[in-house]
Design a protein around this ligand. Structure first.
Ligand SMILES: Cc1cc2nc3c(=O)[nH]c(=O)nc-3n(C[C@H](O)[C@H](O)[C@H](O)COP(=O)(O)OP(=O)(O)OC[C@H]3O[C@@H](n4cnc5c(N)ncnc54)[C@H](O)[C@@H]3O)c2cc1C
Length: 381
């Protein structure tokens, strides 16, 4: 049986970025994916994701994003694919809202070009919005939209080009830890010096098999597209990526991109689900809440969604990632709990997970992402 330097399980954005970094560094790597690629059953599919540098009090992510932007550009050059649309990212809320305050101070601290917009400015610049008069905005000019499906394909294409082996339609069903790890799949068996687990929502299934019990919560997000009443009003030259945060409001939107004349506006929360039976989750409450939101704050859109897709977040209680070694088996490395904000950071996640595989010290302080903070006796979950 061939011995790999590393086997990476899960070809979502985090696993694909990790495998790409490993192959680029000359590591003999196998990337395993349970579904035939491409697929839409995990968290990394779809055409767009918001990217921004500001991260409130979580300065470690803002630091990572400063390199993240450069790494996305590098992937664009390597793969010859355009992946980033720099249309800016607008956050709105009341001036005392911690998210707004944190965004402004983070942008200032990291010297990112931005504008703070009064209510009047917001009205003038974004007449398609109907926000409450106590709202202000902060426009991060470095933000915008990542082309998600294309980015995933670019990582996978470059991984294979750097000599990596990719096997899709092959599910990992058992892992036998040891000085070399044995990986048993639906089609065969492999041995690796190091194993990386980047299995998205399925971490709730695979980690307990390895004795790790952490309170990950998988939630189903309804990806809703709303038709413009006036064609072109939400095009990316007029409307940026958008985040509306308030006590009871956690909504984000993107300019009209993937479906002509339609705008993606979604609630940042959803019902808890099981990744193997997600279609059974009841999303009626989310859709009703979003219909009320769109009628009130985005009256330039029709108030019934025209297209409904779904995707999953895997949330940790503190919304920090898990980027760490298995507590008992140091040659098993875990990337999990990306909590609805992991796409933009994937080039850096891939870099640090690959550094752990290669026994290098990670380029960033990963203390907030240690797994110990979450480990609980099984009975408390
Ligand atoms: C609707 C939505 C909007 C989002 N918006 C943003 C945003 O604007 N900005 C941002 O930065 N982030 C955003 N995110 C978050 C981001 O997309 C996720 O954090 C990221 O995609 C997580 O990737 P992953 O690789 O961990 O998981 P996944 O993409 O789920 O990948 C895990 C992979 O592992 C495979 N797998 C699982 N078990 C096995 C097994 N046993 N054997 C083999 N393969 C296995 C799965 O099939 C899957 O392909 C959003 C997420 C959603 C759902």
């Amino acid at each position: 049986m061939a011995l790999y330097d590393a086997v990476v399980v899960g070809a979502g954005i985090e696993g694909s970025a990790t495998a790409y970094n490993l192959a680029k560094n000359g590591q003999r790597t196998l990337l395993l994916e349970q579904f035939p690629l491409p697929h839409s059953r995990g968290s990394s599919h779809g055409q767009s994701r918001i990217t921004r540098v500001a991260y409130g009090k979580d300065d470690h992510y803002a630091n990572m994003m400063k390199e993240g932007g450069k790494l996305w550009r590098e992937l664009e050059r390597e793969s010859g694919t355009s992946l980033f649309l720099n249309c800016g990212c607008l956050a709105v809320g009341t001036p005392d809202n911690p998210f707004i305050k944190g965004t402004i101070s983070s942008l200032a601290r990291h010297r990112v070009n931005h504008d703070v917009l009064s209510y009047k400015n917001l009205q003038n610049r974004y007449p398609m919005l109907s926000l409450p008069p106590d709202h202000v905005g902060v426009l991060d000019y470095s933000g915008g939209v990542l082309m998600a499906d294309k980015a995933l394909q670019a990582f996978q294409k470059m991984y294979v080009r750097y000599g990596g082996e990719l096997r899709d339609g092959e599910k990992v069903i058992n892992i036998i830890p040891g000085s070399d790890v044995t990986i048993i799949t639906s089609k065969g068996q492999y041995k690796a010096r190091k194993l990386v687990l980047t299995v998205g929502p399925w971490a709730t299934k695979l980690l307990p098999q390895l004795g790790i019990h952490i309170p990950l919560k998988v939630v189903l997000i309804s990806v809703l597209y709303w038709k413009e009443k006036t064609a072109g009003e939400f095009s990316s030259d007029r409307f940026p990526a958008f985040i509306h945060d308030g006590e009871d409001i956690h909504v984000y939107a993107l300019p009209s991109l993937e479906y002509p004349g339609h705008v993606k506006v979604c609630l940042h929360v959803g019902p808890v689900t099981n990744p193997d039976s997600r279609d059974k989750a009841d999303t009626r409450e989310v859709i009703t809440e979003m219909q009320q939101y769109v009628s009130k704050y985005m009256p330039s859109l029709k108030s019934t969604p025209s297209i409904i897709e779904t995707c999953m977040y895997t949330n940790t209680p503190d919304k920090q990632f898990v980027l760490d070694h298995h507590p008992a088996w140091k040659n098993i490395i875990i990337g999990a709990g990306f909590s609805g904000h992991g796409f933009k950071l994937s080039p850096v996640v891939g870099k640090v997970l690959s550094e752990m595989v290669m026994d290098k010290s990670p380029s960033y302080d990963l203390a907030p992402c240690q797994i110990d903070r979450l480990i609980q006796p099984k009975s408390q979950l």
